[in-house]
Every structure is written in structure tokens, then in C-alpha cells.
Ligand binder design. Structure first.
Ligand SMILES: [Zn+2]
Length: 159
């Protein structure tokens, strides 16, 4: 029975040196080591190795959990940032489209003026051109926004 106890304790020595045992196991090891020179020597040999290992950033369960939580929080923040960024782009696109509409209005007034009267088929043709031009402006803004979003996502994947 003493032999089995010795083998069992021997398996725990490395863990004991690393302070990774339960208090019950720790007590068992301490008791055995007091009466067993072989285990006492082996525990003594494990101690410096264990303390050396502790100096390295080993993946401890608690720190791993902290890191996972941090990573999740970071991902959420990134998602939030992207959401904010997309909204900002949308505002810029809308502002740009409005600016384009306002800026293009005098141009079309001149164009429609060149056709003569403000009434008649020329005028309605000018209005259609104006509408098409505005729609194209919106479309260009939308395409630019999508392209920027895609490019941004690609850059983040590379980072
Ligand atoms: Zn022993």
C-alpha cells in the first residue's frame, strides 16, 4: 500500500512544485515527502523548474478568460466603430448629393436658358436631364460609399 501511495504522490510532485494542487492533495504530498527521501528529492528538483516556468506567460485559465473577454469587447467596439463610420459616410454622401444638386441647378438653368423659353418641351427636357444628373450623383455617391466600406474591411483583415 505504501508503494501505491508513493507512486501516486510522485505523479503529483510536478504539480505540487507549481502550486497546482488542491489543499487536500497538497497536505497528502507534504506528509509523504516528510517520510520519503526519493519524493523529497524529486520535489526539490521540480521546484526550480516550476518557478522558471512561472516566469513565462503560461495560458492560465483566469488570464485566458480575461483575454477572451477583452477580445470580445474589442470586437464589439470595432463593430461599433464601423457602424459609426458607415453612418458618417452616409451623411457625407447625402451632403455631397445635396451639394451636387444645388450646384448643378444654376448649370441647368443656363442650359435650359440656352434653349429659349422657360416653358415648353425644352424646359421639360432640361428637367429630365437635371433629374438624371441628380440620380447619377446619388448613385456615384452610393457606389463610392460601398467601395470605401469594402476596401476598409479588406484593410482590417490584412492588419
Ligand atoms: Zn515517495
Amino acid at each position: 500500500m505504501a508503494m501505491s501511495e508513493h507512486d501516486k504522490i510522485r505523479e503529483l510532485l510536478a504539480l505540487a512544485a507549481a502550486d497546482a494542487l488542491t489543499s487536500a492533495e497538497e497536505k497528502q504530498v507534504a506528509e509523504h515527502v516528510r517520510s520519503c527521501i526519493a519524493c523529497s528529492n524529486e520535489l526539490g528538483a521540480w521546484r526550480p523548474i516550476a518557478s522558471e516556468l512561472r516566469r513565462f506567460p503560461t495560458p492560465q485559465p483566469s488570464s485566458w478568460l480575461v483575454q477572451a473577454t477583452l477580445a470580445r469587447a474589442e470586437a464589439k467596439l470595432t463593430e461599433q466603430a464601423e457602424h459609426d463610420w458607415n453612418r458618417r459616410v452616409l451623411i457625407v454622401v447625402v451632403a455631397f448629393a445635396w451639394l451636387l444638386t444645388i450646384a448643378s441647378w444654376p448649370v441647368f438653368q443656363v442650359v435650359s436658358g440656352r434653349f429659349g423659353g422657360l416653358l415648353g418641351p425644352q424646359f421639360s427636357r432640361a428637367w429630365i436631364s437635371f433629374a438624371v444628373f441628380t440620380a447619377l450623383g446619388w448613385l456615384a455617391g452610393g457606389v463610392a460609399a460601398v467601395m470605401l466600406a469594402v476596401r476598409r474591411r479588406g484593410e482590417r483583415r490584412l492588419a
